[in-house]
Design a protein around this ligand. Sequence first.
Ligand code: UD1
Length: 325
Amino acid sequence: MSSILVVGGAGYIGSHVVRAFLDRGDSVTVYDNLSSGCRENLFGEATFVQGDILDSAGLLGLARAGFDALIHLAAFKAAGESMVAPEKYSVNNICGTINILNAASEAGIPRIVFSSTAAVYGSPHRIPMDETHPTDPINYYGFTKLEIERLLGWYERLRGIRFAALRYFNAAGYDAAGRINGLERNPQNLLPLVMEVAIGVRPFLSIFGNDYDTPDGTGVRDYVHVSDLADGHVRAYDFLVSQNRSLTVNLGSEKGISVQSMVDVARRVTGKPIPVRIAARRPGDSAVIVASSGKAADVLGWKPKYSDCETLVASTWNVYRDLAN
Ligand code: UD1
């Protein structure tokens, strides 16, 4: 049994990661300030410590309890907001991570699994995007994540902390067994917005452009189910233990889903009309973003099980349907 500290473990992705480690019998401690995470996502089997990553003394005190690994998911993640409030992203994402790295270093935590993002790549030069794709973020959020990857590299060189940087593509879906029901506050990603239209909280979905060079003209993304992402964290941890070397790897489904086809599947699954309006393209959006996850398959034996469009939509609807009017 391993002892895992999950920083940001009450959040949308974090709670699924906590569930995956608990499911195989590991001991889990969650550290979260509940700024976007929610209490409903905390499991009785996990120890919860409420705290902020800007509280370096609090972090260090907890880290000194001794852990086999720290999983770091605590960050702001709204790309658009990061362009108008960069200071907030600098402090929370970068300064907060420095506190985490210093606590891990001082307390002797030997491994870190880090939530990185496809946003480190910026606009695609080629599709699918593998890990050798140039990294040139087009939003400040992506820049903060890339800087953190570089910090991790230095703490490995100077302090011997092994790390796995997991570059998520578009996280979506909810635990297929229905054990996680805490909704994100102010969701900004496509599928939660589609669900908000389905339950009547929003009158329609704005489709940001239908004149892209894609089969139906709408943007294509690589949606990966959070339970598959969670499994990726467990495998990354096992890799760090067994291989004792660091890793930077994409986690994506390798399947492109368009906005229009997501809406079509959601109409069928929910039985709701889900009105849409075609709006202008959103600045910074690319036509198509799809991962190559060959490295995750080869190195981690990782293969998405839940990342088909139907399961993504149905597992999300399971959580939203109770709120429908
Ligand atoms: C966004 C972030 C990315 C981050 C990822 C996960 C940007 C530019 N990128 O990716 O950095 O890693 O979330 O948090 O913000 N769409 C609509 N109508 C909507 C909302 C979205 O048509 O109301 C479309 C978008 O144009 C896009 C697709 O749906 O084609 C997915 O959008 P979204 O969920 O916001 O994710 P990304 O922009 O791909």
